[in-house]
Design a protein around this ligand. Sequence first.
Ligand code: SF4
Ligand code: SF4
Ligand code: FES
Length: 343
Amino acid sequence: MTVDGLPVVLEKGMTVYDAARQAGVDIPVLCHRDGLHPAGGCGVCTVEDKASARLLPACVTRAEHEMVIETGTDCAVAARKDALELLLSDHLADCEPPCEIACPSGLPIMRMLRDLAEGRVQEAAALARQYPCVCGPEALCEKACRRKALGGAVAIRALHLVLAGDVLAGQPDSVTANRREPPRFRSWMTGLNETMLPLLCHEIGPRQFCDDAPFVEISSPAVSYEARRCMQCGCLKPNDCRLRELCAQVDARQRTFKGASRAVIRRHSRGFRFDSARCVLCGICVRYAQQVGASIAPAFHGRGFNEFIGPPLGRTWDDVPEEILSACAAACPTGAMTFQHRQ
Ligand code: SF4
Ligand code: SF4
Ligand code: FES
């Protein structure tokens, strides 16, 4: 057979993907992972066999002598883009939270609010001081905040100032240094409504912080209440997401296909977070856990459009061993599973 015109000597059991690798040709994959049994399904590895005039998923198709595989034909590239855009139509999640995109100082707002909500006040204060507040009372972050329509924007600016203490304004140089480069591709959370609030944040109540209120103490319950209102909209792996990388390569659009959206589930267990909106149902976590013989491990549930990943029936994520959660999070190609080791 040939791959992109390069001859390949076939070995027993080789897939088209293996043959391409042997020829030094890189085929993009999402649900496939070296060392795991191939499952197929995402369509991202589609190539064209000129001999049979068929589009084939390279990771699960057995290589055959007469094949003439082309990886970069218009049909193959279009099929790969369609596969990614189908996944995106149901990926109702922000790569970066809108508050951070709007923030001129580059403050990692989500992390600051998470630290504050979880009682790591010193860490939150260190961030607030590292990225001084420069936007003035207009608070661009709050204008962009997704909670604006759900009880009022999180009082980000007030919390930033409370935490930063005496460092109230930055120098222009530090602002330029802190500003991030715009990324190549971003997906967005859409369809947010009040029923999703309890699933996304610990505090569903309205904003209670007044901008003209006297300076409050960091330890005040009002501060942690406000931080807990943050829905943590953004991804915890924004720079380590295979889906994002592949979408950028083919200039994929989130709105090409429109469909009903799946239910949102977000669960925390120890340092582990599962965020169903980011899951592409690739099954890598399930196959990995099976391969290492984990007895309590992530599993598929439901069917068709209601399919989702979760702990095994009758169990919770707390029952899954920490090392399995950590390894599954490392293998997960998106931000659906993340794990942050506790200090
Ligand atoms: S809810 Fe939190 S993460 Fe989302 S935009 Fe508002 S402050 Fe940012
Ligand atoms: S949680 Fe991650 S690894 Fe598991 S199926 Fe979803 S995207 Fe794939
Ligand atoms: S990578 Fe081959 S079907 Fe998903």
